[in-house]
Design a protein around this ligand. Structure first.
Ligand code: 5GP
Ligand code: ZN
Length: 114
């Protein structure tokens, strides 16, 4: 998508600290980290939010979750633990409308989340 920040990061036209990438997904560090490790995992393909992902693309979401432990391990938080967050829509606080999973770790997380 032409006017999408995360599509541009996936394409390499806007710089980011890439942690992992393959033919389907890209993981890069969040520009405003909320924890010692805060990495975003996105599909290369543009979907604005979770409800926009068709059932036929379920494997793509599964791929992100299958790779998340490897990305967490690469960031050094595989053993200490981490939280994966998928903000969806207004009440969640989503403000970038290219679906992304937050991978957060390196400190103790509070529950319930804010
Ligand atoms: P959301 O609130 O939509 O779930 O999360 C969007 C995330 O994208 C935020 O954590 C924000 O810090 C991050 N972000 C926004 N712009 C950029 C950017 O240009 N580069 C990177 N690496 N992260 C960004
Ligand atoms: Zn996009």
């Amino acid at each position: 998508m032409d006017d999408c920040l995360f599509c541009k990061i996936a394409a390499g036209t806007i710089p980011a600290k890439i942690v992992y990438q393959d033919e389907l997904i890209v993981a890069f560090d969040d520009i405003r980290p909320q924890a010692p490790t805060h990495t975003l995992i996105i599909p290369r393909e543009h979907f604005a939010a979770l409800p926009d992902v068709p059932a036929a693309k379920g494997d793509l979401l599964a791929h992100i979750l299958v790779k998340a432990p490897l990305i967490a391990a690469a960031k050094g938080i595989g053993a200490s633990g981490y939280r994966i967050v998928l903000n969806t829509g207004r009440d969640s606080g989503q403000d970038v409308f290219h679906i992304h999973f937050h991978l957060l770790g390196g400190r103790r997380m509070a529950w319930p989340p804010g």
